[in-house]
Design a protein around this ligand. Structure first.
Ligand code: FMN
Length: 369
């Protein structure tokens, strides 16, 4: 299937289906000499894996990753890194009914229209399970970025109408509650809201916020490959994402130029600063050296147990109750997927940037300046 690769210099291809034998990724272009172990990947995969909380699908998968190539004696070799995650808890029979009808909000109808045939087991390739492979690949990109001090942190910003209060922001809280919120009070409210939604056999949506610190100025390309355009593409490639905001996002359209512009100042030691960061760290498609800030708006899980109206392949209007195991909310599990896609985008541009001007290129090739 075309469209399963992402990135130019740091390029990944993911493969595999939700209820196939395994899924994985091939990462090509990762520089040699980075210390890398399966544990580096596993810690991110553990943040995504199913069955961890009352709001994640009860499907039990260890999501144990194995690196098959591209790492020798603990370091990347510069050759393709292949990683594999076996599916151990497939229950394809849960999905046999889906073969005959189209779940509203899922990709069943469009896949059938395009290919005339589909792997209906858990949505096959369109399943959220595919994102496990990206998370593994993203962890490798994060290792590259860490060499330059670049740090990516995502968390749940809102669920339904429950938003975090920035004044109560506590980073370590993200791993302390089932909704990945950095605000313990908002997390409690979100849990209460989700329990009600779950009792109603329905689902909810929300927003993931991601902040990237220590990004050098200069990452990104002009015009068609602007950094914000590529981040948008990266985030929109995650299933269920309906909108992406950079910096002030949709609020920019309600502000005046004077309100929106980030005024520059030099500090006492002549360091350039900005009084605000409405740009979200990107101007003209190029990073400005200030934190990159983005938001991913995620729709409610389409597969719900509540009765819905749809059609079947026999040409009938029918009522359905979707079986199988599903997340009543995708947002907390998507947090690490957003981090992975941001890492992959930045790793790609970091490599690209070594040839953006003659000084950098000479430095990269150790040529006399
Ligand atoms: C981490 C993650 C988990 C997901 N879990 C489910 C799920 O359990 N049930 C479901 O119907 N959709 C789930 N989805 C969403 C579907 O994959 C997605 O809605 C579907 O492919 C249709 O694509 P679209 O929403 O981008 O149009 C999940 C998505 C992600 C990123």
């Amino acid at each position: 299937m075309a469209g399963s690769s992402f990135g130019k210099n740091f390029r990944i291809t993911t493969w595999g289906e939700s209820h196939g034998e395994a899924l994985g990724a091939v990462v090509d272009g990762c520089p040699a000499g980075i210390k890398l172990s399966e544990a580096d990947l596993q810690k991110d995969l553990d943040r995504r894996k199913p069955g961890r909380t009352e709001f994640a699908t009860p499907r039990q998968e260890a999501d144990q990753v194995k690196i098959l190539s591209g790492v020798f004696e603990g370091y990347t070799t510069g050759t393709p890194i292949s990683l594999i995650i076996y599916n151990n808890n497939q229950r394809p029979y849960d999905y046999s009914e889906i073969a005959q009808y189209y779940r509203p909000g899922h990709a069943d109808y469009t896949y059938d229209q395009k290919y005339g045939f589909r792997d209906y087991r858990g949505g096959g390739r369109s399943s959220g399970r595919e994102t496990a492979a990206r998370v593994g690949a993203g962890a490798i990109a994060k290792k590259l970025l860490a060499e330059f001090g670049i740090e990516i942190n995502a968390y749940t910003y809102s669920i339904g109408n429950v938003e975090i209060n920035p004044e109560r922001f506590q980073k370590e809280e993200v791993s302390n509650n089932p909704v990945a919120m950095p605000d313990p009070i908002a997390a409690e409210q979100a849990v209460e809201f989700l329990r009600k939604i779950k009792d109603q056999e329905d689902s909810a949506g929300g927003v993931v916020e991601c902040i990237v610190n220590n990004v050098p100025a200069g990452l990104g390309e002009p015009v068609f490959e602007k950094l914000d355009a590529m981040l948008g593409r990266a985030i929109f490639s995650i299933g269920a994402v309906k909108a992406v905001e950079i910096g002030s996002g949709i609020n920019a359209s309600k502000m005046t130029g004077w309100e929106h512009n980030d005024f520059y100042r030099y500090s006492e030691d002549q360091i350039l600063t900005k009084e605000s960061n409405n740009a979200g760290g990107i101007l003209g498609g190029i990073s400005d050296g200030f934190p990159i800030k983005l938001r991913a708006h995620i729709k409610p899980t389409p597969s719900i147990h509540k009765q819905q109206r749809t059609v079947n392949k026999a040409g009938e209007n029918i009522n359905i109750q979707v079986k199988g195991r599903h997340d009543p909310i995708i947002v907390p599990r998507a947090v690490i997927v957003v981090e992975a896609m941001v890492a992959l985008t930045l790793a790609d541009y970091l490599l690209q940037n070594t040839m953006s001007n003659i000084k950098l290129l000479k430095r990269a090739l150790q040529a006399p300046e």
